[in-house]
Design a protein around this ligand. Structure first.
Ligand code: HEC
Length: 146
């Protein structure tokens, strides 16, 4: 009888310990979850509100990789409209930049030039092609006269 009582007591202590452990664990999970819920809302508060519908409001430039580099280097002397109105390929953008450097005191852009030109070619590509592309790798067939 004594033995049974003792075992019963032991079981009860174990149960209580397990219960405490479960409660502590649950508390830990709740605290951790709360912590994670707070973090993203803080991040959204810091998010750039200058971009509305994919357009950078202060300049009118399209949102994209390299946007802020373009804003920094290409809106210092003239409006971004001058940039937006012009659609060029990579070669001509580089030539325009070289022209501004040679005649308009545009500074050396260093590694940023590639970032800027990549942005321009991606977001403001040449929309209308003038002449058709040069024909290449054509298999000509012989005209035969019957
Ligand atoms: C140091 C001043 C300066 C900076 C910085 C500058 N530009 Fe210019 N840009 C000019 C001037 C001056 C003109 C001529 C404006 C005019 O004709 O009214 C010009 C003209 C242009 C034109 C029109 C060219 C044409 O053929 O009509 C484009 C496009 C242009 N810039 C793009 C850019 C881009 C892209 C950048 C960033 C890499 C940039 N600009 C940075 C001074 C600058």
């Amino acid at each position: 009888m004594n033995l049974l009582k003792g075992r019963h007591k032991k079981n009860l202590t174990t149960s209580i310990l397990v219960l405490i452990a479960v409660i502590l664990f649950a508390l830990l999970v709740v605290v951790k979850l709360k912590d994670e819920q707070v973090k993203p809302s803080v991040q959204t508060a810091i998010q750039n509100t200058d971009i509305v519908d994919g357009i950078h409001q202060p300049t009118g430039l399209k949102d994209g990789e390299g946007l802020m580099t373009v804003v920094t280097h290409c809106t210092a002397c003239h409006s971004a409209q001058l940039v937006i109105q012009n659609r060029m390929n990579r070669e001509r953008w580089n030539a325009t930049i070289r022209w501004m450097q040679e005649t308009q005191n545009l500074w050396d852009l260093g590694d940023n030039q590639e970032v800027i030109v990549n942005y321009l070619v991606k977001n403001y590509p040449v929309s209308v092609k003038g002449r058709r592309e040069k024909l290449e790798n054509i298999e000509w067939y012989e005209l035969t006269i019957n």
